[in-house]
Design a protein around this ligand. Structure first.
Ligand SMILES: [Zn+2]
Length: 1013
């Protein structure tokens, strides 16, 4: 039985009712339309009010958070509980977005991306829920989008062709020799093939399989590529009918718009058409084990890599029920204590052991599932390291319990929670979406959602309880050492897996083909033709709501400094940052030897990671967590926005802290600047290996970015430097450095040289005249910050006054045409060419063209027809380059052909006034994306640093709003050529796929130069 009524008791009217200017007069227990107000709470940290309501006739739940934020958010979620790994929940998530009752068009969701000013639109499939959220700052847009979302979720067509396009289908391919064979296609099919070739994703999936064998988490809600083809259209429709019902729905609204209007809208559009059902969707707890278990999963490793040190091992436990918010808070604090920073005892023991190089994927506490879980271990270990990891983890926990937890690390863990609770940011998601994701797990599993938002009460209780000796140590015993529901998990590399899987698929397809009746073959071909026809039909989108250009605010948001400090020349922004001071300081290194340039990103990492002359790295890390929200150094390279477009490069030192910790933060910064030390070379080595592991695992997740950087790397010094610091070149540089250091004979000498090089870099960087600091905060924070900057400056040596040499980056005068191989079963295809930069009159139009190509052409050709997850066109006004990229793409040569044909498409007469308007809307929603005051001011400060003036931005927006289709046609003809002669091309894929592509490309004489990552 599913229980739908487990909410906390409503507060009695007349009690302490929070005041809400957006919704005056509402009290707990009130009836509002057909809803009952079940719960109301003040959310002090975000100056808001929380409402929980229930729609009486259907049982639909609704949470509203009211505050001053004008970036309003909506979401509807359903508990979706798969009983197999066909990916039914995920394919449904895609398919409901392909047309619905009121919006009878092929792709209303993607069309709406273009027809409004949304700041966020997406859909998520988790293990046991599916969610459709969006955000926008425009009220008309809000209701436009809500009508499309509601219709899609509750009244979708789910027709067979959409299922085939998004889910899976068979198509025929005719080979050169004239033979016909079958192949699988489908957006989700390819998306999951891509996802399931990443070790990190496999690890996350398989850990759940290991720990929750008797629940829905045993299945892959995203879909196992081997099982996806067994899903039928009927099963998909049945899944929708069962789970996408108001009685199983969770509605969410957030922001400054009035609640009652939202409720009225949802009730009219959806709820009035339903009556209550029992969806029977509750997720039960996993029955607990009496004995620990072991579990092994495999992942595909490229055949040309050595698998010896490519294992991962993790020890994982099923921990507390998600409904118990206080226990969940304790477990979160323990996660921070055990793994939070480099001094955390469990992390430190694991890393320092040398058994592996970095924490295993999916390490940490996971509080999204019905039962929470905790995992930790190491990656890049040998097979024999698995048992060692288990011993290390268990012994270290035992030792911590025996010796007691350092009270400072408890204080620092609680400080971290308080800091992050206070800091409002819009990255990576708008704040309203972030709140929703915070409480979605507990809400869907009938816990108390408000307890995740209002930590104050639970935190106060915890602060009291940790005063008792042994309180947290007892919890470590209870959650881990005495908890038999534990698994020792191994992730093993398999260099034959990729080929075997390919063989299995070919075998399966051949088997299907032998039993195929002529009628069935006919159906495959007709469906393919129908789908192609459907994808190519131009449809009338006027049924979809939209905005006009007049709905766009014509001005750009301008943030100017409030003062320049007379004593320190620091740029000051006086902003309401909820008690937080942000410090940033770009520094231009002078006289940096060219040979050390590729080391810059690692230098940035090592700077805060290796300790100082006064204290070791662990002590330093502990101190940073105790007093700050983070201190870091990062490298930037770009072309200046001034006419000369010279290379601008700097390293930025950044830090943030609560106002009462400003002095402490600057003490740490001062200690680093005047005394960073790289003498602990064991630590240096371990950091380098961690850095390499991180880069390596980012490749398959960000393949399109890496490929685009490779393709455009010869177009400017900034692009070349960007590739050297953030591209495949950086990974190769670090990989070869790490290999030298791994060498038993010469390793030590290389390591000492590395320490020496880093010391040289410190000397090039920290000179008084290299610094231009800025601070953002309230009056009190700024005053204190400026005093501290003055102190910091006195610690710096002065540089000599001679003219400094700008960094010289050699740029090759050639257009690469390359294929880079790595372990992946999908491809990333990129191409780039140069156009003009921001100051040029054609720049706004090139932005519009990028949007037009993406939404009108690449989406259809690369995603819908090609079956890739996505295709992009990006114009960079800073560099003046135009790039194409594809993500998780099953094709290579076909995609290159699509890029070549982009010219014909965009110069042909296909773009309408409406299309141009949509492209402008998309650009403006990007330009006007709201930021919270701290990050927004820092961005404004860096715009000044790269010479991007408010006047230029304003002029650009004005010109953008005036772009029309004649201009699009003219500019397109000027810059787009079908010929590849002036384009850089780079593909990241598996060696087999690259070789096959080269065979197909050779007749035209244009094969790719093959390289290995
Ligand atoms: Zn998907």
């Amino acid at each position: 039985m599913a229980s739908t009524k487990k909410h906390s008791t409503p507060k009695k009217p007349g009690g302490d009712i929070p005041r809400d200017e957006n919704n005056p007069g509402i009290k707990p227990g009130d009836s509002l339309l057909n809803y009952t107000v079940v719960q109301m709470e003040a959310l002090e940290d975000i100056d808001g009010v929380f409402y929980l309501l229930e729609h009486t006739p259907t049982g639909a739940r609704h949470i509203h958070i009211s505050n001053k934020d004008k970036e309003n958010t909506f979401g509807v979620a359903f508990r979706t509980v798969p009983t197999d790994s066909t990916g039914v929940a995920h394919i449904l998530e895609h398919t409901v977005l392909c047309g619905s009752e009121q919006f009878n068009v092929r792709d209303p969701f993607f069309s709406m991306l273009k027809r409004g000013l949304s700041t966020f639109m997406n859909a998520f499939t988790a293990s046991d829920w599916t969610m459709y959220p969006f955000s926008t700052q425009n009220q008309k847009d809000y209701y436009n989008l809500m009508s499309v979302y509601l219709d899609a979720a509750f009244f979708p067509h789910i027709d067979e062709l959409s299922f085939k396009q998004e889910g899976h289908r068979l198509e025929t391919v005719v080979s050169e020799t004239g033979d016909t064979t079958l192949e699988y296609k489908g957006v989700v099919y390819n998306e999951m093939k891509g996802a399931m070739s990443s070790p990190g994703q496999i690890m996350g999936r398989a850990l759940m399989q290991a720990l929750y064998p008797d629940t829905t988490y045993n299945f892959n809600s995203g879909g196992e590529p081997s099982e996806i083809p067994t899903l039928t259209h009927e099963a998909l429709k049945a899944f929708h009918a069962r789970y996408y019902h108001p009685s199983n729905a969770y509605f969410y609204t957030y922001g400054n718009l009035p609640l009652e209007d939202h409720l009225q809208f949802i009730q009219d559009k959806v709820l009035n058409r339903f009556s209550r059902i029992n969806p029977d969707s509750a997720v039960n707890c996993q029955p607990r084990w009496q004995e620990p278990r072991e579990f092994t999963a495999r992942y595909p490793l490229s055949a040309d890599e050595t698998p010896d040190k490519k294992y991962q091992a993790s020890v994982a436990w099923l921990t507390k029920d998600i409904q118990d918010s206080y226990e969940v808070l304790i477990a979160s604090v323990l996660e921070e204590i055990l793994l939070g920073n480099a001094s955390s005892p469990l992390r430190q023991k694991l890393i320092d052991s040398g058994v592996g190089t970095a924490l295993s994927d999916a390490s940490g506490f996971d509080l999204d599932l019905r039962d929470t879980m905790f995992a930790c271990g190491l990656k890049e270990i040998e097979k024999s390291g698995v048992k060692k990891v288990e011993t290390l983890v268990l012994e270290t926990l035992e030792e911590i319990v025996q010796k007691g937890i350092d009270p400072r690390s408890v204080a620092s863990a609680i400080h971290q929670m308080e800091f992050h609770k206070k800091e409002m940011t819009n990255t990576p998601y708008p704040f309203g979406i972030k709140l929703l994701l915070t409480f979605a797990g507990p809400w869907i599993h009938e816990g108390n959602p408000v307890s995740c938002l209002n930590l104050n009460e639970d935190l106060a209780r915890l602060k009291e309880e940790v005063k008792q000796k042994g309180f947290l140590e007892g919890k470590i015993r209870e959650y881990f050492l005495d908890n038999p529901h534990r698994v020792l998990f191994t992730l093993a590399p398999d260099t034959r897996m990729e080929a075997e899987e390919e063989k299995r698929i070919q075998g399966e397809l051949a088997e299907i083909q032998t039993h195929l009746t002529p009628e069935a073959l006919d159906k495959i071909n007709t469906d393919a033709a129908l789908l192609k026809e459907l994808q190519e039909t131009d449809e009338d989108l006027s049924v979809l709501p939209t905005l006009a250009l007049t709905d766009i605010p014509p001005d750009t948001e301008i943030i100017r400094p409030d003062s320049i400090s007379a004593t320190t020349s620091a740029t000051c922004y006086n902003k309401a940052t909820s008690d937080i001071l942000y410090f940033t300081c770009p520094m231009v290194p002078t006289d940096l030897p060219e040979s050390l340039l590729p080391l810059v990103p690692f230098f940035c990492m090592a700077f805060t990671g290796t300790g100082t002359v006064k204290r070791d790295y662990a002590d330093l890390a502990a101190l940073m967590d105790l007093y700050t929200g983070g201190i870091g150094l990062s490298a930037f390279s770009g072309s200046g926005f001034n006419d000369d477009g010279k290379l601008v490069t700097f390293m930025s030192l950044q830090g943030k802290s609560l106002n009462h910790n400003i002095d402490n933060m600057f003490d740490i910064i001062a200690e680093l600047v005047s005394g960073v030390s790289f003498k602990d070379i064991t630590r240096l080595k371990s950091l380098l290996f961690q850095y390499r592991a991180g880069l390596e695992s980012s490749i398959v997740g960000n393949g399109h970015r890496y490929a685009m950087s490779l393709a455009g790397r010869n177009f400017s010094p900034a692009a070349a430097l960007g590739e050297m610091w953030h591209g495949i070149s950086q990974f190769q540089f670090i990989k070869s450095l790490a290999e030298k250091i791994e060498d038993t004979k010469e390793g030590q000498a290389h390591l000492e040289q590395l320490a020496c090089d880093l010391d040289t870099m410190v000397k090039c960087l920290f000179k008084r005249e290299n610094l231009s600091p800025a601070i953002v905060g309230d009056t009190e924070g700024l005053e204190c910050g400026d005093k501290n900057i003055a102190r910091l400056l006195t610690l710096m040596p002065e540089g000599d006054t001679k003219e400094t040499q700008p960094i010289n980056i050699p740029v090759k005068n050639e257009f690469p045409r390359e294929g880079w191989s790595t372990s992946t079963s999908v491809s990333f295809v990129a191409q780039a060419f140069t156009t003009v930069r921001m100051g040029h009159e054609d720049a706004p139009c090139l932005c519009v063209i990028a949007k037009l190509l993406r939404s009108m052409y690449l989406h259809r050709e690369i995603r819908e027809k090609g079956g890739a997850y996505g295709g992009f066109a990006v114009y960079s006004p800073e560099e003046g380059t135009f790039s194409f990229g594809s993500y998780r793409d099953p094709n290579i040569e076909r995609t290159l052909e699509v890029y070549a044909n982009a010219c014909e498409f965009i110069t042909g007469d296909v773009v309408s006034d409406e299309d141009v308007k949509e492209a402008i809307l998309q650009m403006c929603s990007e330009i006007d994306k709201p930021e919270t005051p701290g990050p927004a001011s820092i961005k404004a400060f860096y715009r000044d640093k790269v010479g991007l003036t408010d006047e230029t931005r304003q002029k650009f927006k004005k010109a953008l709003l005036a772009v029309d289709k004649q201009q699009v046609a003219m500019v397109a003809r000027k810059y787009f050529k079908a010929d590849d002669g002036n384009k850089g091309t780079a593909v990241i894929s598996s060696r087999e796929k690259l070789e096959a592509a080269n065979k197909a490309l050779t007749p035209g004489g244009k094969p790719l130069n093959l390289m290995k990552i």
